[in-house]
Write a protein that binds this ligand. Structure first.
Ligand code: SAH
Ligand code: MG
Length: 208
């Protein structure tokens, strides 16, 4: 990975340990040059967007960075992952979009990373573009995670990659839903595991 972008990603605000971010980048950097776009669900302040955007740039494609930018359940006031300075006081709700824009601008990735601001299942029901790489890191509750899996994984092209974050086989380490959708992908027979780094799993579609 380009060392300047790696530094920028490590400095960016968000939820992606450096080794997992690098593994995410390295997996995404294997997609075909000039091929189908990549998409991430859950951009927050742009941290994973730099790791994936760098790969998209290297492979002459683009990254759609999907987020409603209002935060997940666990980012809301009173929850474990709430960051009070992300609340837009005039609206009274979290707004990570300005942070995301600044992060992607400062990384020099505005021509590669395309923000898509909206609700994942709402967009997913209208989406029609095959993907070379899909990263699922949106809502981590049961309903959101399973819905993202059901609506978006059909768009991963054969030979394409599916990455899932926050996969914890041991319940003591974290919530179940990302692990459950990882299991669904494997049990479907359509995906095989390519790599595991921390809580990141990368799978390849081997059947339609
Ligand atoms: N990948 C990020 C962390 C993502 S945190 C990083 O590298 O730091 C999860 C994100 O998912 C939050 O920003 C939240 O707003 C978004 N999210 C949760 N549910 C969503 C939904 N239904 N539609 C769009 N985005 C959603
Ligand atoms: Mg995550």
């Amino acid at each position: 990975m380009n060392p300047n972008l790696r530094r920028a990603a490590e400095a960016a605000r968000g939820f992606m340990p450096p080794d997992e971010g690098l593994a995410l980048h390295d997996a995404a950097a294997t997609v075909p040059v000039g091929g189908s776009p990549m998409l991430e669900i859950g951009s927050y302040c742009g941290k994973s967007g730099i790791y994936l955007g760098a790969a998209a740039q290297e492979r002459a494609t683009v990254l759609f960075a999907l987020d409603h930018h209002r935060g997940s359940e666990e980012n809301q006031p009173g929850w474990e992952w709430h960051e009070p300075d992300l609340v837009d006081p005039s609206v009274g709700r979290i707004d990570t979009l300005p942070h995301f824009r600044r992060t992607i601008h400062d990384a020099g990735l505005e021509s590669t990373v395309i923000a898509v601001v909206g609700d994942s299942p709402t967009l997913g029901r209208h989406w029609q573009i095959p993907l070379s790489f899909l990263f699922i890191d949106g809502g981590h509750g049961s309903e959101p995670a399973h819905r993202d899996f059901e609506l978006w994984t059909p768009w991963v092209e054969r030979g394409g990659l599916l990455a899932i974050h926050d996969v914890f086989p041991d319940p003591a380490d974290g919530g179940r839903p990302p692990f459950e959708i990882y299991c669904r992908a494997i049990e479907s027979g359509d995906f095989v595991e390519v790599s595991a780094t921390g809580s990141l799993r990368v799978l390849r579609r081997v059947h339609d």
